[in-house]
Design a protein around this ligand. Structure first.
Ligand code: ZN
Length: 239
């Protein structure tokens, strides 16, 4: 039985550990200690590290983890020089086989130019790094609005019950922003659900694609121009 464990690290990041009873794949280990503790406590053998993009809060733990486990490290071909610890390089259309599961690689550039996602079609799981958040999307550090728009369309076209494993707990701030920009939508139910999750100490990741299609203003934007306006408003938002 395959499951995804969610490990909070740093200020507001999450690491995902996909595992069965004996083997594990780690996604975006920004901090080694909580990951090593988890692997040891569950007696799991690490078989691969998946990296979505080169930012330090996603790769900071790789070196220490590799001192303890011998596992291949995957990242985009674009990030080959920016992630020297990576041993295998990926582009859209590639797929990986781990834990008896296929993970397809999607190019979702925008937040950075080397940003990729890992998608399990069998489980409807998307590990999408900093591209889409619950009620939000990543800042455009390197890509254009058009590139991010194209990446979001790929995500929108996945099955509606896809679970999106996003890596930052920005959800309640994103909700404030969405409420300020869209006064037509009734936010009562989702606000109550998300606030309860956080009050009870649970992460808001993963989120479901159909929920995001209903509420996420970045995914609801119908044209690249509309998307650009929403992104620019968010860049200026102090919530
Ligand atoms: Zn990032």
């Amino acid at each position: 039985m395959l499951e995804v464990s969610i490990i909070p690290i740093l200020n507001d990041n999450y690491v995902f550990i996909i595992h069965n009873q004996t083997q594990a794949v780690v996604v975006d280990p920004g901090d080694p200690t909580p990951v090593l503790d988890f692997l040891r406590s569950k007696k799991l053998n690490l078989v691969a590290i998946f990296i979505t993009h080169h930012h330090p809060d996603h790769i900071g733990g790789i070196a220490s983890i590799l001192q303890n486990y011998n596992a291949p490290v995957y990242c985009s071909l674009y990030d080959k020089k920016r992630i020297p610890q990576a041993t295998r390089h990926l582009k859209e259309g590639d797929s990986l086989e781990y834990l008896d599961t296929t993970f397809d690689v999607l190019d979702i550039k925008g937040h950075t130019l080397g940003h990729i996602a890992y998608y399990s079609e069998a489980n409807h799981w998307l590990f999408s790094g900093d591209t889409v958040f619950s009620l939000g999307c990543g800042r455009l550090f390197e890509g254009s609005h058009q590139e991010m728009w194209d990446s979001l369309q790929k995500i929108k076209n996945l099955p509606k019950d896809t679970l999106i494993y996003f890596t930052h707990e920005y959800t309640l701030t994103n909700l404030k922003f969405c409420k300020s920009l869209d006064t037509q939508t009734n936010w009562t139910q989702i606000e109550s659900d998300l606030t309860k999750k956080r009050t009870d100490g649970f992460p808001t990741t993963p989120t479901k694609l159909d929920l995001e299609l209903q509420y996420n203003l970045f995914l609801k934007a119908n044209t690249p121009e509309d998307f650009k306006i929403v992104r620019q408003r968010k860049d200026q938002f102090n919530g």
